[in-house]
Design a protein around this ligand. Structure first.
Ligand code: ADP
Ligand code: MG
Length: 647
């Protein structure tokens, strides 16, 4: 005796339980179906036919009783093996066709092969062949809503045949069709039966049932009549259940591509909703990029300012004490003591004033800066022609002068070398020994270049005869981190030496540093705001995905009925949410960069960072995965029978 395809033994199905009353729909159904049979199950509406078919097709499990498929107890099979059975052994044809509305006829037919992991080209070819065979060669790319009922039912028959369809379960396949289309569908089923497919046809129509070789009548969950049957002569061989255990199902890469394609289509069909959802992510990503770019740009400008002003430089000079009394002075001796402080590298006295300078018949009023040989070092201001004076020359009151760039071009307009020439500074002659690099360009203060530099002692002896003390002093701290500390140490030292606060300290470096730190916390705060908007974007994605799952419940049921595993559904919906947020992220990056460019062109300091762009994009990706997970899991866990019945 051949192994039966299907063997039911005392199958019972209850619904409800718990709060709702228990309804028993099937009361111990036993039957045996041989390979190649054409069986009709007839019964009035509500007699339990569909329930029985869901159990036969492994879409639902019986409450009690045993179901053997090709000799194997189905209750022993895992969910992946049942998915394998649904796609490799069964083919479903439903009264309501159950096609995926967003897919074309051909794509609908391809679905079972997709979950079986068949190669794309082969899949497309076979789907097209099947549709042509069923007379739909012209309709491959039409969507279900562009097809008549009869055509849709033929598409669903093609889908049932896609992976072989050895056992076709048809639940009222002609129920929604006019008589002519119904007749066509029945002729098709007859043909399939003749080719060796096992056919189980469910109907309430006795005329339709009469076309089957065997009729089983069901009433209120009991089998009341069975005309009996035997195996068809040319029955297709049964699937080998051993394959179910090793079947890989859909390949990861192929399935991902397919999932992304369908995700893209769904997004496109709901463009407006998608755009609104994306807004959160777009704003989040764009603002992260713009905020960080502005933060970085501002910081860089501060750093540049510090570099040109000197990040370690302070100024000290005599001042009126707050309690009244004469103005104090910072003496050369004070400076010697200050330069001994561990936080201080140099302490340079300065006397400066505008003096009339003459050379040949040219004369000009120039600011003449008398200081020590440390000037180029402290102000990071190199000499480009000749040299600067030395400490020894300063001590020896040598009458030497180094010219600023503009001072040089004023007196020597042909670009001739000034070295060795004598300038009359005030009433004293000074010999030119060098020219400084042009400074105006990077500091923004052009006057710096209209200056002369002379040794401190020679200056006091020859041009600033009335001055006993320096006008002010420039203090160079050991490092930018030490300026604040150096200022405090100097303040304490001078207070001790003077006994009162008759001096003032200017510390622009510390101010700039504070500004840089404030900028950091500002950037952090703005980035937090951006992160919150990403979060809001994520919630938007979750919301729209939950909506999608609800709207596409039936599609999920169809996919499960055609052999999708839970993980295939999970992957599909996760791909959708990820694609959604990736598109949002991409648009955000583009908008962020555009806003940044506009700001840059209008003079705002902006520095783009690749890390920020990638980071924001990465955040969008993670948002899609995290916020898409719950809806995707909800979809994957849907009960296929409920899903098929849902809207
Ligand atoms: P048929 O397909 O023969 O018209 P069904 O198998 O769809 O009948 O339903 C049989 C009976 O089971 C009906 O009385 C129906 O109300 C009940 N039923 C079906 N599904 C459920 C369910 N999920 N919960 C409770 N009762 C159900
Ligand atoms: Mg029914």
């Amino acid at each position: 005796m051949v192994t039966a395809v299907i063997e039911l033994d005392g199958i019972v199905k209850h619904y409800g339980g718990g709060a709702s009353p228990t309804v028993t729909v099937l009361h111990g159904v036993s039957l045996r179906i041989e390979p190649g049979e054409f069986v009709a199950i007839v019964g009035a509406s509500g007699s339990g036919k569909s329930t029985l078919m869901h159990i036969l097709g492994c879409l639902d499990r019986p409450s009690a009783g045993r179901y053997r498929f090709a000799g194997t107890d189905v209750s022993q099979m895992g969910s992946d093996e049942l998915a394998w059975l649904r796609r490799e052994a069964f083919g479903f044809v439903f009264q309501g066709y159950h096609l995926i509305p967003t897919c074309s006829a051909r794509e609908n037919v391809e679905v079972p092969a997709l979950y079986a992991g068949r190669p794309t080209a082969q899949r497309q070819q076979r789907a097209a062949d099947l549709l042509r065979r069923l007379g739909l060669g012209e309709r491959l790319d039409n969507r279900p809503n562009q097809l008549s009922g009869g055509q849709q039912q033929r598409v669903s028959i093609a889908r049932a045949l896609m992976n072989g369809g050895r056992i076709i379960l048809a639940d009222e396949p002609t129920g929604a069709l006019d008589s002519r289309s119904g007749e066509e569908v029945m002729a098709l089923l007859d043909e399939l039966s003749a080719q060796g497919h096992t056919l189980i046809l469910i109907t309430h129509d006795r005329e339709v049932a009469a076309r089957a070789k065997r009729v089983i009548e069901i009433r209120d969950g009991h089998i009341v009549a069975d005309s009996g049957g035997q195996a068809g002569e040319a029955a297709l061989p049964l699937p080998d259940l051993r394959d179910a255990r090793d079947a890989g199902g859909a390949s990861f890469a192929g399935d991902l591509l397919e999932a992304l394609r369908s995700a893209w289509r769904v997004m496109w069909l709901n463009r407006f909703r998608t755009a609104l959802t994306l807004l959160g992510i777009v704003i989040g990503v764009a603002s992260v990029i713009v905020m960080l770019a502005i933060g970085l740009g501002t910081k860089q400008r501060v750093v540049q300012q510090m570099a040109s002003l000197g990040a370690t430089i302070m100024y000290v000079s005599g001042d009126y004490p707050p309690e009244g009394g004469p103005m104090g002075a910072v003496t050369v001796e004070d400076l010697a003591a200050v330069s001994e402080l561990p936080q201080v590298r140099h302490a340079m006295p300065v006397i400066g004033n505008a003096l009339t300078v003459r050379y040949g018949n040219l004369s000009k009023s120039l600011y003449t800066f008398a200081s020590t040989e440390e000037m180029p070092l402290i102000h990071r201001w190199p000499v480009v022609q000749g040299r600067f004076f030395t400490a020894a020359e300063d001590r020896e009151l040598a009458p030497l002068v180094v010219m600023g760039h503009k001072a040089w071009t004023y007196f020597f307009p042909d670009g001739e070398s000034p070295l060795g020439r004598q300038l009359l500074v005030g009433n004293a002659l000074f010999e030119v020994i060098g020219v400084l690099k042009e400074k105006g360009a990077d500091s923004g203060v052009e006057d710096y270049d209209e200056m002369l530099f002379i040794p401190y002692n020679a200056g006091r002896a020859r041009v600033y005869k009335g001055m006993t003390d320096p006008d002010y002093a420039v203090i160079d701290a050991m490092s930018p981190a030490l300026v604040k500390e150096a200022e405090e140490a100097m303040q304490e030292l001078l207070l001790e030496r003077h006994g009162r606060k008759d001096f003032g300290i200017g510390n622009a470096a510390a101010k700039l540093q504070a500004q840089a730190e404030a900028q950091d916390s500002m950037t952090l705060m703005l980035s937090l705001i951006a992160a919150v908007s990403l979060l809001v974007g994520g919630i938007g994605v979750m919301n729209v995905m939950l909506m999608t799952v609800r709207e596409r419940t039936r599609e999920i049921g169809i996919r499960v009925a055609t052999g999708a595993r839970q993980r295939d559904i999970l992957r599909q919906f996760l791909s959708e949410s990820t694609l959604l947020s990736l598109v949002g992220g991409l648009i955000g990056v583009v908008i962020g960069l555009s806003i940044g460019t506009v700001l840059l062109l209008s003079g705002v300091p902006v520095v783009f960072s690749l890390t920020a762009c990638l980071g924001a994009f990465g955040c969008a990706l993670v948002t899609g995965l995290v916020f898409g997970y719950a809806p995707a899991r909800k979809a994957a866990r849907l009960d296929p029978v409920v899903a098929l019945g849902g809207e």
